[in-house]
Design a protein around this ligand. Structure first.
Ligand code: KIV
Length: 302
């Protein structure tokens, strides 16, 4: 196991944290923004070393690491703990904490209080919340408190039941127009970026063209200003059914199962541990120890 040095040592070269003001400039330069989810310190460090610009501590954690069937059960305490771990591992990327269901819907005050907890207690750089409409005042209140907010439209998993399940959104002209207007309203409310999930590519392209803030797509086509995928999906760690928009870049789940199986076989077949995995002690100390525990070293050594 490698141990990361303590202290403010950037994992990537450069001046440190990516300034949030760089994001609209990346959009203007048509330089794709890379976002990935992470849920622990090694994940934050690896995403940083791989050059991610943004790390989302998604409430997808409820499914990917906590074993729930949906994102709804994720709690503030769980999300705080995971965000804290990620910010310990990541240096350059902006770390965005996903506000879990119930942490921002009730009132502006609760939304601001919980957003502040992510920044003060977990070191998050920004928060993300799902929806527009009644959530617009929440966005304004959190931004007014000095915390950057990322919006999330399209397939918003916290309201999957209301949407009729996990399916693409904005596939009729009327629904696409609603998405477009919601996106503009979130920009006007002060969001610094917007996730578009499971939205037809031409709709995402039009929204991207007409917003000055970057759009980050997941199942929203190639014209978004950036892309995000879930850690477990990219790495082949999640065993459940994956969405159409997922691309797997590795089969780490298989590699882990094989490695653990090889370890179990070695233990059962007495092949592990070997000499190099064990500690010695001076002969005379061993002699004393064995004689004091009622045995002779030469006999016990066989
Ligand atoms: O929770 C999450 O991981 C997300 C991404 C899929 C955007 O919201």
């Amino acid at each position: 196991m490698s141990i990361r040095p303590q202290g403010p040592v950037p994992a990537t070269p450069g001046p440190g944290k990516l300034p949030i003001t760089e994001l609209p400039e990346m959009k203007a330069r048509r330089q794709p923004i890379v976002m990935v989810t992470a849920y622990d310190a090694p994940g934050g460090r690896l995403a940083d070393e791989a050059g991610a610009d943004l790390i989302l501590v998604g409430d997808s954690a409820a499914m990917t690491v906590l074993g729930h069937d949906s994102t709804v059960p994720a709690s503030m305490d769980e999300m705080l703990m995971l965000t804290r771990a990620v910010t310990r591992g990541a240096r350059r990327p902006l770390v965005i904490a996903d506000m879990p269901f119930g942490s921002f819907q009730v009132s502006d005050e609760a939304a601001v209080e919980n957003a502040i907890r992510f920044v003060k207690e977990a070191g998050a750089d920004a928060v993300k919340l799902e929806g527009a409409g009644a959530m617009l005042p929440r966005v304004r209140a959190i931004v007014d408190a000095g915390i950057p907010v990322m919006g999330h439209l399209g397939l918003t998993p916290q309201s999957a039941t209301m949407l009729g399940g996990y399916k693409a959104q904005g596939r009729s002209a009327e629904k696409a127009l609603r998405l477009y207007n919601d996106a503009r309203a979130l920009e006007a409310a002060g969001c610094f970026a917007l996730v578009l999930e499971a939205v037809p590519s031409p709709v995402a392209a039009r929204i991207t063209r007409d917003l000055s803030i970057p759009t980050i797509g997941i199942g929203a086509g190639p014209d978004c200003d950036g892309q995000v995928l879930v850690w477990h999906d990219i790495l082949g760690l999640y065993e459940g059914r994956t969405a159409r928009f997922v691309k797997r870049y590795a089969e780490i789940g298989t590699a882990i199962r094989e490695a653990l199986g090889a370890y179990a076989d070695d233990v059962r077949e007495h092949r592990f541990p070997e000499e190099q995995h064990t500690y010695a002690m001076p002969d005379e100390e061993l002699e004393i120890f064995l004689s004091q525990t009622g045995a002779s070293a030469s006999r016990d050594r066989g």
